[in-house]
Design a protein around this ligand. Structure first.
Ligand code: PGA
Length: 236
């Protein structure tokens, strides 16, 4: 595992965008695993700059996002589909029909999860998976648990996650209580993984994930056994 510590959020965003850009240049029709949350926003901004200045072509890229809230359709301004359209897809030359976010409006999450994993496998598997990390160590919406989860599945969000995400909703009661998320097996099958974490509040949990015991109570700690992981942490 490569652990890069930088001072500023801008440095983090630039390094992360360079890693993603290298992946796209090396394999223009690569499969990217993408993440939502505040941390990757700067990375997406840098990728948009590279696309606008002609350095980076997204036209052959396929993407699969990590997760979605249950009950929110893609038009809802707090859905992760809406986030991805606004933060990245609407500003680069990606073919939107090649972008996927799990459906939060399914009445059969198990079937939706199995189909999502099947589509990832049929596309050839994820070449590079971008991840954030939750205050509680979650990746995707895989919350601390007594075991590591497998495929894409339905999860009940932890009170701490609901609290952390309440800043995006009018009231805490508006935050969905469930989500559909890629599981650990889906994430660990990615050929390369890039985790971004920023701010003092993420320092301890990021170090625990990188240096601590591999423990499902710190879901990101499983990344220690993956063969190609880069973690970038910025103090700012
Ligand atoms: P954040 O979220 O980037 O908004 O801190 C990360 C996460 O919960 O995975």
């Amino acid at each position: 595992m490569k652990f890069i510590k930088v001072k500023t959020y801008e440095e983090l965003s630039k390094i992360a965008a360079d890693i993603i850009a290298d992946q796209i240049k090396e394999k223009p029709d690569c499969i990217l695993g993408l993440a939502t949350g505040s941390t990757p926003i700067g990375t997406y901004k840098e990728l948009i700059k590279k696309n606008k200045n002609g350095e980076l072509d997204f036209s052959h890229v396929t993407s699969f996002n990590l997760d979605e809230y249950i009950g929110l359709d893609g038009e809802h301004d707090q859905s992760y589909r809406y986030f991805m359209n606004n933060q990245l897809f609407n500003h680069v030359n990606i073919d939107k029909s090649k972008t996927s976010v799990p459906s939060g409006c399914t009445d059969d999450p198990e079937k939706e999860g199995a189909e999502y994993d099947k589509r990832i496998a049929e596309a050839g598997g994820i070449d590079l998976q971008l991840l954030g990390i939750g205050n509680n160590g979650h990746i995707g919406f895989n919350e601390p648990d007594s075991y590591f989860t497998g495929p894409t599945h339905l999860v009940k969000l932890e009170p701490s996650t609901i609290e952390a995400n309440a800043r995006f909703f009018e009231t805490i009661d508006d935050v969905p209580k469930q989500a559909i998320t890629m599981g650990m097996a889906s994430i660990m099958q990615a050929k390369k993984i890039l985790l971004v974490a920023s701010g003092k509040g993420k320092k301890e949990i990021t170090e625990k994930a990188v240096y601590g015991n591999i423990d499902p109570k710190v879901p990101a700690s499983i990344l220690q056994v993956h063969h190609d992981v880069t973690v970038i942490y910025s103090e700012e």
